[in-house]
Design a protein. Sequence first.
Length: 425
Amino acid sequence: MMPESRWLGRCLLAARVEISISCVVIRGRIGTKVLNPGIHQLNRPTLRPERPFFSSGPCAKRPGWSPDALRGALLGRSHRSADGLGRLREVLSLSRALLQLPGDYRLAIVPGSDTGAMEMAMWSLLGARGVDLLAWESFGLGWVHDVKSELKLRDVRVHQADYGRLPDLGRVDCNRDVVFTWNGTTSGVRVPHGDWIADDRQGLTLCDATSAVFAMALPWPKLDVVTYSWQKVLGGEAAHGMLILSPRAVARLESHAPPWPLPKLFRLLKQGKLDEEIFKGHTINTPSMLCVEDQLDALKWAASIGGVPELIARSERNLAVVASWVERTPWIDFLAERPETRSCTSVCLKFTDPWFTRQSLEERWRVVKQLCRLLEAEQVAYDIAAHRDAPPGLRLWCGATVDAADVMNLLPWIAWAYNRLKTGA
Ligand SMILES: Cc1ncc(COP(=O)(O)O)c(C=O)c1O
């Protein structure tokens, strides 16, 4: 057996090598080109991510989170009491302030997480004019299905692209309603900006921005409906959705009566007018006050570190760490083909090595699953397999609650696991 002092010495040496590699990665972003931890990482790394939580939802809690954050939760009390309503209103006001929503935009907490918010918007608003649907991964395709096959709208145009690409945004007609995701969570492809959305549009833009809000700059005046869930960028809990409406969306709500029945959970009108109370914290049904407390904690953390600019910077830093590694690692690449479309939250990677690509689809998934199992067994990464509808690969959540040091310390482990599977070592 190795004497303890020698073993410790080896560990320290390995740690020093990894620290210098990490420094290289950081410096790599400003142009220094040196070592590559990814190419021949055959030795088992010794540094580990402190928080191996890279799931794309529910996403990592904020740094330093513990259940203590929920100690002051208003449990066993009515959400309609003055205290309960106060907490719900605080979620609304903190969210509004952080996001710097235009003063005339409405914001509400709604049931059913992001899906609930998006369905509520589509079922309430669509049908008044033709719809352009954009889809480049499974969530966008889900909205296409709902509009075409559930709402059965006839005047529908679908702009679709394969995983890794965006459809041609220049072909979108903003005089029709437009439904799209800002960030395609399962392909790691985002729209780079909102310049393709006309300021003088006649239609409404309905944007599922659940994996973008708080991590990407959103051009509010271009967006009439925005939806997201607490479970994503701020690491809150699922089940509650957020619905943001522009004045034009409200005007549509009040002037258009959909031909289909609307369940109570979707109803935003009262006697033909917007039910303003919903947007003042009077939720349609009962929210979880535990989740509300958790969201308040997340929002206060976000404000304490500098608000959305810092949340965006944290996500972009994480993306830069991955990009620097990908650039110097020949067997892996982003699924997103164009750099400006690469997501800084759901970072999707594909293996480009012929050893991998020439295998059958089933075999490739088997490799991905084995790799993820190895990393889980080492407790260095949880839940980083690509979404089941995407091509076999990896998806690392790099949103604002994830620390760059953890991303940095994860990458050599991916290289180690990949090389192990490839060489059968
Ligand atoms: C783009 C997108 N839309 C919708 C959803 C569904 O969100 P939820 O499960 O919070 O309703 C997700 C979840 O990952 C998503 O990424």
